[in-house]
Write a protein that binds this ligand. Structure first.
Ligand SMILES: Nc1ncnc2c1ncn2[C@@H]1O[C@H](COP(=O)(O)OP(=O)(O)OP(=O)(O)O)[C@@H](O)[C@H]1O
Ligand SMILES: [Mg+2]
Length: 363
């Protein structure tokens, strides 16, 4: 297996007027499990189809290791692709469907049997192996499709495009861990497309966030959560997502609603910024010296495991997370303290700095 490298790869469906995928350079490293995460229409499927060869990109080159495959058709790429809906030979048995990609590649008979049974066991298909595929419900058919994508050991990559959409939510969880297990077992390069952050964060070694056809950040789940490089990542990941407050920078000081919040950790030209802080790092209570703002509580959501306290701070709405059963009530005046050194500044949606306490280092 080899890395899959996209070199200035972009795609336009309308002769260059708009870009479904903006020209990008990016490497999918061999053996890693990636989630490709982004909202509807951001270019996830287009990007996947460029890798599998269903689409020849408008610009750029695609490499599998040292081999350029930009205009090599799917059949010559040795890629397994699983789509949103089942793609099966309906008249064939489940066993034969799973065996098909292997027989096609002339795997020895006992190897075929061994692999089919291994995948079947992991995906819970043993009881169905002898049944005709069209007799299964759509969710189960999709699991067979998934199995077909995972059954070969010699693929360059397995590309999965929202593969669990038609599967019963109750078994999605199990399937995700099964997928992880199969990945550990086979060491495939996996690219798993989803617009569901939970799915992406539980599944992947690395999450690649796509917006408007461009990668805005890629990293381990914790990195995206703790250190968003783009406002969109702050909003899209986390529930609720990151708060962003309109602010100003002047002489190194950061203000929101005229109040000083802290200072910028590096020199920034004076002017408007957006101040981003996740609810998890916004705490009510006294915090001399720490960045923060006076706030008034407007509402409290008691979530069971924790409380979400809605406040107005510097004239703007903000959500802070508190312990379950917190004493805050609407109308109370509090100080909202920004903790953990995780208050970020954004300009044009891109992170340009961090807010630190007036005296000292990031608190
Ligand atoms: N065959 C096509 N012809 C013209 N435009 C297309 C075609 N396929 C996709 N597009 C456009 O390209 C952009 C990216 O689409 P794409 O299907 O790659 O997004 P996606 O992230 O997979 O979305 P979803 O989550 O809804 O599946 C969208 O604006 C879409 O309307
Ligand atoms: Mg899609």
């Amino acid at each position: 297996m080899a890395d899959i490298r996209l070199e200035d790869v972009g795609h336009s469906y309308d002769g260059g007027r708009t870009w479904a995928v903006r020209p990008m350079t990016w490497t999918w490293r061999s053996g890693r499990a990636y989630a490709l995460l982004g909202p509807s229409g951001c270019g996830k499927t287009t990007l996947l189809n460029i890798m599998s060869g269903l689409i020849t990109p408008t610009t750029g080159r695609v490499w599998f290791g040292e081999r350029e495959v930009t205009s090599v058709p799917t059949a010559g790429r040795n890629i397994a692709q699983v789509f949103q809906f089942p793609v099966l030979y309906e008249e064939m048995s489940v066993y034969d469907n799973l065996a098909f990609p292997l027989r096609n590649r002339r795997y020895p008979k006992d190897e075929v049997d061994r692999r089919v049974r291994a995948v079947s066991r992991m995906l819970g298909l043993d009881a169905h192996l002898g049944r005709r595929s069209r007799r299964l419900d759509p969710g189960r058919q999709q699991i067979v499709s998934l199995g077909r994508g995972l059954v070969r050991s010699d693929v360059a990559a397995v590309l999965l495009d929202e593969p669990l959409t038609v599967v019963d939510p109750a078994i999605r969880w199990t399937l995700r861990s099964t997928l992880k297990e199969i990945h550990r077992d086979t060491g495939h390069t996996l690219v798993y497309v989803t617009h569901d952050q939970t799915e992406a964060l539980t599944f992947a070694d690395e999450v690649v966030v796509l917006k408007d056809g461009a990668i805005v950040q890629a990293g381990e789940p914790a990195e995206l959560f703790l250190s968003p490089a783009h406002e969109f990542v702050g909003h899209f990941i986390g529930s609720p997502g990151m708060n962003t407050l309109p602010g100003e920078v002047a002489d190194g000081l950061v203000r929101v609603g005229g109040q000083v919040v802290g200072r910028a950790d590096e020199p920034l030209p004076a002017g408007p910024v957006r101040v981003g802080v996740r609810p998890e790092f916004a705490r009510l209570g006294d915090g001399p010296g720490s960045p923060g703002l006076p706030a008034e509580v407007t509402a409290v959501d008691r979530m069971g495991a924790y409380d979400l306290v809605h406040v107005r701070a510097g004239g703007h709405p903000l959500v802070a997370r508190a312990e379950a059963g917190s004493p805050y009530e609407p109308g109370a005046a509090e100080f909202v303290r920004f903790t953990g050194g995780r208050v970020f500044l954004f300009r044009d949606e891109v992170r340009c700095g961090q807010v630190v306490p007036l005296n000292g280092r990031a608190g």
